[in-house]
Each structure stands twice: as structure tokens, then as C-alpha cells.
Design a protein. Structure first.
Length: 245
């Protein structure tokens, strides 16, 4: 007899989850949700009524944890798949996508270690690990250049990759941007100006910036944690779908 989870995975609209939602939900159903500007007000009213009935159904039937969220789609998050067939039977005309773990092993891994990310491939088809640092404001973002120089001096070329945040926050890039702007202003007749590099506007950088380092070797991950632990805000490891089968 085919299990409920196998039935759901056989649907054409099914896709594999790559993360746990709200730290505990591994299954999700996505419904069509009309925009609030929708000219056909009946669509908005019908969707609102459907969403309310789904919530009423879950409150009555689902004893495990569940959650809903209305955004560009209406999402239903579940910790198990038991109620999904009944939900689809009643409101399936609006279902856009169902998603869940590949198997029980996949689910166990996601719930046991929330830092594990499941994907079809490694990052850039090469890197299993990702270390991220989220920094706020110009002063905090100065650490990115220090981390970049450390990686260049400490790790073998080709065993790591830095995202573009490191380049944009470097003094070399900032000086180049200031020089280009000063040249543009001079050429257009606007008087040139001097600006302290880290005192004022930071070119091309938002207030909040995240620097991410992709790595092949676990030893390099350990090294970064030893040296820059206070700056690391997220550390992830990829397990590919093929490795879960």
C-alpha cells in the first residue's frame, strides 16, 4: 500500500524542501493568492473565505503543529503529511505547489541540524560549506576586508569563494569609486571634493550587508570559526539530494 508521503511525492506539483520552515515544519502547501489590487473582488473574497476554512479545518483536525502565512501565495506549513490529501481534496483547485522531504532520513537530518541545507547540488557545484557574517553600518563592515585578506593568505586558491560583498567593501574598490565620481563631477563642471573613506557614504553598499565565504574543506571552516567566531552569524553545510537516497 502506498503511504501518504509517497502519494504526495508522486504529484506533479511536488518539489523537495531545502529547509525547515519555522524550525519545525518540513511540509508545505502553496495556494494561489490574488493580489490586493485584483480588479475581480470576488477572487479576493473567495481566497479569504478559503483561507479561513483551511485554518478552521486545521484547528479541528490537526493536533500537531501547523502554521499558515498569506503573502503572494497562501502557505500552509505542517510537521507531517497526514492532512495534506484531505486539504487537497477540498481546496485542491487553488494548489500551486506541495513540498516536503525526500524521505524520513532527509526529514530527520533537517530537524536534527538546522544548519544543514539540502540542495540538488553543492554551492556553485563545488562548495559544501558556507560561512556568513552579517554586519551593520560602515564601521562594522570594515571587518570584511580583514577576513578577505586572511582567506587569501591562509587558504589554497580554488578551495574557497568570496561573495561580492568583500570586493565592494574593500578600500581599493571604495577609492576607485570615489576617484570615478570625482572625475565625473570635474568633467561635468562640478567642483571636486575630498571625502574620508570610512566617514560618510559608502559607495554601492547598503547599511546591512552579508559577506559569505564558500568552502570545500571542513578544516578551513574550523579555522574561520577559531579566528572570526565573534563575527560569524551563520554556518551551513550542504547535503545533496543524491546523498539522501
Amino acid at each position: 500500500m502506498t503511504s501518504i508521503s509517497e502519494q504526495i511525492r508522486s504529484r506533479q506539483d511536488f518539489s523537495y524542501n531545502t529547509k525547515v520552515f519555522y524550525k519545525k515544519h518540513t511540509w508545505r502547501i502553496a495556494f494561489y493568492q490574488p493580489e490586493w489590487r485584483e480588479e475581480n473582488k470576488d477572487k479576493i473574497q473567495d481566497a479569504w473565505y478559503r483561507n479561513r476554512k483551511i485554518c478552521e479545518y486545521l484547528r479541528e483536525k490537526e493536533k500537531s503543529s501547523w502554521k499558515t502565512r498569506a503573502d503572494r501565495r497562501f502557505y500552509v506549513y505542517l510537521t507531517r503529511p497526514d492532512r495534506i490529501p484531505e486539504i487537497i481534496d477540498q481546496w485542491g483547485h487553488g494548489v500551486l505547489e506541495t513540498s516536503g522531504p525526500i524521505n524520513s532520513k532527509h526529514q530527520d537530518i533537517m530537524l536534527t541540524d538546522l544548519q544543514v541545507v539540502t540542495r540538488k547540488k553543492l554551492w556553485y557545484s563545488k562548495y559544501r560549506y558556507k560561512i556568513s557574517s552579517r554586519r551593520f553600518g560602515e564601521k562594522e563592515q570594515e571587518i570584511f576586508e580583514d577576513i578577505q585578506n586572511f582567506c587569501i593568505d591562509s587558504f589554497e586558491s580554488g578551495t574557497y569563494k568570496l561573495n561580492d560583498t568583500f570586493r565592494k567593501t574593500s578600500k581599493t574598490h571604495q577609492k576607485k569609486m570615489i576617484k570615478n565620481l570625482a572625475y565625473t563631477n570635474t568633467a561635468s563642471g562640478v567642483p571636486g571634493f575630498q571625502r574620508n573613506l570610512f566617514n560618510g557614504h559608502r559607495f554601492s553598499m547598503p547599511y546591512t550587508a552579508t559577506g559569505s565565504i564558500y568552502l570545500i574543506n571542513h578544516d578551513d571552516v574550523v579555522t574561520l570559526h577559531l579566528v572570526y567566531k565573534q563575527y560569524i552569524t551563520n554556518s551551513q553545510k550542504v547535503i545533496t539530494f543524491d546523498e539522501l537516497e
